[in-house]
Design a protein around this ligand. Structure first.
Ligand SMILES: Cc1cc2nc3c(=O)[nH]c(=O)nc-3n(C[C@H](O)[C@H](O)[C@H](O)COP(=O)(O)O)c2cc1C
Length: 187
């Protein structure tokens, strides 16, 4: 079954390591017949949630309008969300985290998302996978809370400069993960 897959990226570096991870996943997913939308949160202006709890009461997701109101319809159309991100301080970059924080608007506005599945693609300079525990745990708790099925966590350690990821198997693994979204396999 073809899915609408929304890829939320976290890096401000176009063509950087996690951007290439996102592109590889997209290539694989498209080969399996899925529709993809890539949304570069770092190229957008999404501010932190102000906890006003008036979400959707004025016909828009966020009453303090920013680019989240552009992202909200993509979230509503998605069957799956993919987070493709560098590790920043053991967690998500703030641009991506701000978008995640505003997922809250769907809870407050009682708008059910049809998203059922999610994926995490993360890279960082750290070689030790233990340093990725923070972002992985956050991702897993978000998935559990939202009742999304985790369809794969791909960590690519030891990459820092743009292009470092080309020296790893990360892109192949991301492409294979994207391709496997039909069959239920994971990386
Ligand atoms: C603000 C900032 C914080 C970072 N924090 C971490 C970190 O906690 N752990 C880590 O391994 N790498 C960290 N890095 C390195 C990036 O994760 C790494 O360079 C990654 O490959 C960048 O991916 P990109 O090319 O997609 O931007 C940090 C980089 C920046 C700019």
């Amino acid at each position: 079954m073809s899915k609408n897959i929304l890829i939320l990226t976290g890096s401000p570096r176009k063509g950087g390591n996690s951007d290439l991870l996102a592109e590889a996943f997209i290539a694989g997913a498209q080969q399996s017949g899925h529709t993809t939308v890539k949304y570069v949160t770092a190229a957008k202006d999404i501010k932190g949630c102000k906890a006003c709890k008036t979400c959707f009461s004025k016909g828009i997701a966020c009453s303090f309008p920013d680019d989240f109101n552009e992202l909200a319809p993509f979230l509503e159309q998605a069957d799956m969300v993919v987070f493709a991100t560098p590790l920043y301080w053991f967690s998500f970059p703030v641009q991506l985290k701000a978008a995640i924080d505003k997922f809250y608007s769907f809870l407050i506005g009682k708008r059910t998302l049809k998203i059922k599945e999610c994926v995490l693609l993360v890279c960082g300079v750290a070689e030790d996978e233990a340093e990725y525990e923070g972002i992985v745990k956050s991702y897993e708790l978000i998935a559990d809370y939202q009742k999304w099925i985790d369809r794969g966590i791909l960590i690519v350690p030891g990459v820092n400069e743009k292009g470092d990821i080309l020296k790893t198997e990360g892109l192949l693994r991301a492409e294979n993960l994207g391709k496997s979204m039909l069959s239920g396999e994971t990386a």
